[in-house]
Ligand binder design. Sequence first.
Ligand code: NDP
Length: 280
Amino acid sequence: MDSEIHGAVEALLEEVAVATQPEPLYDVRRLRGKVAIVTGGSSGIGRAVALEFAEGGTHIAFCFLDTGAQSRLDAQETARRLRALKVQVYFRSCDVRESHDVKDFVAEVQEELGGLQILINNAGIGRDGALWNMEDHEWEAVVRTNLDGAFFFTRAVAPIMRAQEFGKIVNVTSVHGISSEFGISNYASSKAGMIGLTRSAAIELGPRNINVNAVAPGYIRTTRLTDGVAPEILDRAREQAVLGRLGDPQDVAGVVVFLCSEAARHITGAVIPVDGGYLL
Ligand code: NDP
């Protein structure tokens, strides 16, 4: 009898001990099976973000803008790498500047991938020039892609995330949304606008358990950067970053995934520089 009671007590203690074990908060397995939209996921930072999620088993929907053979090849290559990680993938050209296209894309993702928990507003462009020479279309292209696009996607996913009382949104802004340089008035305005959008969305969506944050990358080695920016600007950027180097797309991807993990469940409305100390 004694040993029976002893056995029962032991079993109870074991159960209690198991139940009180602290669970690791930063556990990408918790993102396994969830569905993430990455806008502009075909190349650069967006592709690295999509792959980082897929490594943890998150299904991926991404959009890009079909501007010719190269952009289609980039998108197909991203999809191939994602599928190799055994996640479900949905992708197509969807112009983030067109609110109807965005609405349709979000509905298709739900239908094709069976849900939606995460949105990464990453699609972005630059059209640099002194503001007194800047054409209307150069201003509009940048502001509509970077800021309107993030708004359209956030607005489209909000009812879904609100209804399920769960969601994670990360906006890819820039150090140039916080400080600026000559010749980027359109880009800096759009990226500063994204920071305002991040804070507003965090306030409005927080009560339904939706976290909205932003990352602000410094100079990150992507094709767009290495092909499009003068070497002397890159040298200056390297010098200005206290870590003495340009970032890689993976540097940004790791922080984005962290912000969508349970380790970051108490972070919202934050803007996290990923810039090697550039802003210091
Ligand atoms: P890339 O040019 O490599 O990628 C941009 C992505 O956005 C591509 O997939 C592109 O598609 C897509 N895209 C562009 N316009 C649209 C549109 N209208 N609709 C849908 N998709 C579109 O850029 P990066 O990876 O360098 O930049 C990604 C984000 O990071 C941008 O928001 C950028 O401002 C930001 N950032 C980048 C930094 C850097 O140093 N690289 C520094 C700070 C911030 P496609 O190729 O088919 O046109």
